[in-house]
Design a protein around this ligand. Structure first.
Ligand SMILES: [Fe+2]
Length: 152
C-alpha cells in the first residue's frame, strides 16, 4: 500500500502540494500495537504528513487526540503548551475514535497529538505511513535510536 503510487497522488492532491514517501529505512511505514495501559504521549511528528490506518480497535480508549495547527502557538508560548497538557484547553482539542478500516490523513508535524490510554484486552493496532514535501526525508540517528532502539 505504501508503495502504491495512486495513494501518493491522493495525499498530494489532499494537501495541495507534491509529497514524497519517507526515505527512512525504519520510519517510512510502521505498525503500532498498543495493549491495555499503553498510550502515546503528546508529540509532533518528524514527517509533515502521516496516514494512520486503523486496523483493530480496543474495547475503550486509544483515541487520537490532536490540536489542529498548534505547532507555532505552543512553540512560542510555553503557557499554552502547559494548558493543553493540563487539559485546560479542551475546546481546542479534537478527537478521532479508532474505527477499524478508517484512514486518517493528518499533519502530525504541525498539530500536537497523542493516543489516549488503551483499556481492555484487545490491542489498538494501526499502520502509519509517512510523507514529506521534500525527497530523502529521514530521521537522524538519535531519533531512530529513540523510536526504534537502533540507529540503522
Ligand atoms: Fe505521531
Amino acid at each position: 500500500m505504501y508503495a502504491w503510487d495512486p495513494l501518493l497522488h491522493f495525499v498530494s492532491a489532499v494537501v495541495g502540494q507534491p509529497v514524497y514517501r519517507s526515505a527512512d529505512p525504519l520510519r517510512a511505514m510502521t505498525v503500532h500495537v498498543h495493549y491495555g495501559g499503553d498510550e502515546q504521549d503528546r508529540h509532533f511528528d518528524v514527517s509533515e504528513y502521516t496516514i494512520v490506518l486503523h486496523l483493530l480497535a480496543p474495547e475503550e480508549g486509544g483515541v487520537l487526540e490532536y490540536v489542529p495547527r498548534s505547532r507555532s502557538s505552543v512553540e512560542q508560548d510555553e503557557e499554552a503548551l502547559r494548558g493543553i497538557v493540563e487539559g485546560k484547553h479542551q475546546q481546542l482539542t479534537r478527537a478521532l475514535p479508532t474505527v477499524p478500516g478508517t484512514l486518517v490523513l493528518h499533519s502530525g508535524h504541525s498539530s500536537l497529538h497523542r493516543v489516549t490510554p488503551v483499556h481492555g484486552t484487545t490491542p489498538r493496532i494501526s499502520a502509519t505511513l509517512s510523507y514529506n514535501s521534500a525527497p530523502d526525508g529521514r530521521l537522524n540517528e538519535y531519533t531512530r535510536q529513540l523510536y526504534f532502539g537502533r540507529k540503522r
